[in-house]
Write a protein that binds this ligand. Structure first.
Ligand SMILES: NC(=O)c1ccc[n+]([C@@H]2O[C@H](COP(=O)([O-])OP(=O)(O)OC[C@H]3O[C@@H](n4cnc5c(N)ncnc54)[C@H](O)[C@@H]3O)[C@@H](O)[C@H]2O)c1
Length: 439
């Protein structure tokens, strides 16, 4: 198959590279000329484990190319995927469809007859039909079909998720589109990965319902964690105790500083908005959005408790600022709420993150970036573990505590055992939803 992928971000680039690895001929297109230039030079503009090697292999095999020229990319294609951003629209929480509709219009002008226009971006129910209308308006003679193919990959594990998905969702309303989509995903059909074929609206809805459900699950355990602190329970034990129930499952039950990232915050807001527009309020989702904001603020209170209620003049080492490990993505990361509160309160903040600096430097003014976690903690009054990168999971706490001015730890991912922290010389430890140790 011949495929064009519009947008070379976290989803478009991974999808394009993986499709080429399936054996298809793929052209990845982006408006951002500097991104395309880097890609043409063999450089991956984002951090995603394993992507550089897979990309190099498929470029070498002649199946994968990059361009800013849409007309060139669309020559003779069977399908064109739209994988551009759908951020929150300023003011009303709706998904901003500007980029999707602009891409649809551009496609209409240069696409070949018989093309399937596939929306991979996360879009509100009804968008695929709007894409079809936009294309028809821009080029009434074009013979085309639309398909909805929402993406479920997770940053940091994106290649595995794409190659071995829990399921692939395909929304279609014509035999021709169904055939093209099944040819594209044939390698996965052959390996018995479930392919869920639906109408357009259901496919669009599945994506939002899935993300909202996961955000609800995380927020539920975060709220339970707050209650655990009050009643003397340990949320880690509670998570294990409920997660072993097959109806609940153990995933997304790790208490922490609130969800963030490029999807959950914007997709929960968009779903709430869709519900309001259809007079069918998504009240649980709306509440989760509010509770998640409170959870992030609650973390600031925890840090204050460890700093004698005052950040002023304190040196704070923050380990991890990306919204989760194994990505450089900083979009809506809890760090963007927590770190400015430290800086604003007068703390000297020293940040260490294996991949966060490139984006973070712009987003977190007033902090210093330190490559080594031990250097970051030197003479600090507080050590905050905010993102659980592997690099921070087995620190020599004894060595670290000795170099700190006052060895206190806020472990916002519950990485360490409070008793071990204390015996490594820390005077104080605060986790999330478990017993604190005050010195
Ligand atoms: N990031 C994730 O983990 C993830 C997972 C599942 C689904 N999604 C969804 O996938 C979509 C893309 O997300 P992302 O994180 O990859 O976005 P991104 O911001 O990383 O990438 C979008 C890219 O599209 C390019 N672009 C925009 N308009 C264009 C146009 N008209 N022509 C060519 N290129 C254009 C931009 O330059 C950018 O490089 C969103 O709808 C998102 O909700 C994201």
């Amino acid at each position: 198959m011949k495929i064009a992928m519009i947008g070379t971000g976290y989803v478009g680039l991974v999808s394009g590279v993986c499709f080429s690895d399936f054996g298809h001929e793929v052209f990845c297109v982006d408006k951002d000329a500097s991104k395309i230039e880097r890609l043409e030079n063999g450089e991956v503009p984002i951090y995603e484990p394993g992507l550089d090697a897979l990309m190099a292999r498929n470029v070498e095999a002649g199946r994968l190319s990059f361009t800013t020229d849409l007309a060139k990319a669309l020559q003779d294609v069977d399908a064109v995927f739209i994988a551009v951003g759908t951020p929150t629209r300023r003011g009303d929480g709706h998904a901003d469809l500007t980029y999707v509709m602009a891409a649809a219009e551009e496609v209409a002008r240069v696409a070949p007859h018989g093309v399937v226009i596939v929306t991979k971006s996360t879009v509100p129910v009804g968008t695929n039909r709007k894409v079809a209308e936009t294309v028809r308006a821009a080029n009434p003679d074009l013979d085309f079909d639309v398909a909805s193919n929402p993406e479920f990959l997770r940053e940091g594990a994106a290649i595995d998720d794409f190659m071995k998905p829990d399921r692939v969702v395909v929304g279609v309303e014509s035999e021709r589109a169904a055939k093209v989509m099944s040819d594209i995903y044939r390698p996965l059909y052959l390996r018995d990965f479930p392919i869920v074929t639906t109408d357009l609206e259901s496919a669009e809805m599945i994506k939002y319902a899935a993300n909202a459900f996961l955000a609800i699950k995380i927020t539920f355990i975060n709220e339970v964690a707050a209650l655990c602190e009050k009643v003397g329970a340990d949320v880690k034990q509670v998570s294990r105790g409920i997660g072993l129930d097959g109806r609940i499952g153990p995933k997304f039950l790790h208490a922490g500083p609130g969800y963030g990232g490029s999807c959950f915050p914007k997709d929960t807001k968009a779903l709430a908005r869709i519900g309001q527009e259809h007079a069918s309020p998504m009240r649980i989702t709306e509440t989760v959005i509010d509770v998640n904001e409170e959870i992030k603020r609650r973390m600031i209170g925890k840090l204050k408790d460890l700093c004698g209620d005052n950040f002023n003049g304190k040196r704070v080492a923050v380990l991890g600022v990306t919204f989760k490990p194994n990505t450089d993505d900083m979009r809506d990361a809890p760090a963007l709420t927590i770190v400015p509160a430290l800086v604003g309160g007068g703390a000297e903040v020293r940040v260490c993150d294996p991949q966060g600096k490139r984006e973070g430097e712009r987003l977190l003014p007033g902090v210093s970036w330190i490559a080594d976690p031990y250097d970051a903690a030197q003479d600090a009054d507080l050590l905050v573990i905010l993102t659980e990168w592997n690099e921070f999971r087995a620190l020599d706490l004894e060595a670290m505590s000795k170099t700190m001015r006052r060895a206190a730890m806020a472990d916002l991912r519950n990485v360490y055992d409070p008793v071990d922290v204390k015996s490594a010389g820390f005077a104080a430890y605060i986790g999330v939803g478990r017993g604190d140790l005050e010195g």
